[in-house]
Design a protein around this ligand. Structure first.
Ligand code: AMP
Length: 190
């Protein structure tokens, strides 16, 4: 059966970690636009070279590029296997509308949007720690602050967009990985 979930939240709220776990439990494929972009960067593709400039500055990659990437993934899966957790997508209203349309084409309604919330200062500290552990070039303090700003300005309007559709679950993202995961499970079973 089709299932489509969205993970939303500011950078560093723990989306990736929780997404991996939820995918395992619900047999979903994680579609992280950030991971796809990082793979392009690593392979040195034209898309990757262009995207890296934006990523290093903490800016968003253009909607056309991102929507095209998501469309390609869905096309490669075929129409009978839409069990996807979207992680870090959509990030703009244009992306959200494109996703609505894509899911419509695949007859896969959106089941739920999980919003992981966390205090900004706590997140900045988390991200700085991750920078050291993973060596991500977009995890220096200036970039992190800019990513927060971009989230506030361009992505947070989606909270209202999904709230209005009645599919939004607000989850407190602070706490142990297990605690946060339990909250997500509880929200999805309601
Ligand atoms: P993430 O790993 O999801 O935090 O993404 C890392 C970076 O990739 C972001 O700061 C953006 O530059 C870019 N990116 C990832 N997903 C998107 C998206 N849906 N729209 C625009 N840019 C994105």
């Amino acid at each position: 059966m089709n299932e489509a979930l969205i993970f939303m939240g500011p950078p560093g709220a723990g989306k990736g970690t929780q997404a991996i776990r939820l995918c395992k439990e619900r047999n979903l494929t994680q579609l992280s636009t950030g991971d796809i972009l990082r793979d392009h960067v690593k392979r040195g593709t034209t898309l990757g070279i262009e995207a890296k400039k934006k990523m290093d500055a903490g800016e968003l990659v253009s909607d056309d590029v991102i929507i095209g990437m998501v469309r390609d993934v869905l096309e490669s899966k075929g129409s009978h296997d839409i069990r996807i957790l979207f992680d870090g997508f959509p990030r703009t209203t244009a992306q959200a509308k494109a996703l609505d349309q894509l899911l419509n084409e695949y007859h896969a309604p959106l089941d739920a949007v999980i919003l992981l919330e966390a205090d900004e200062e706590e997140i900045v500290q988390r991200l700085l720690k991750r920078a050291i552990q993973e060596g991500r070039s977009d995890d220096n303090e200036d970039t992190i602050r800019n990513r927060m700003r971009v989230y506030r300005n361009q992505t947070s309007p989606l909270i209202e967009y999904y709230h209005d559709s009645g599919k939004l679950h607000r989850i407190q993202g602070i706490g142990s990985i297990d605690d946060v995961f339990s909250r997500i499970q509880a929200a999805l079973s309601r």
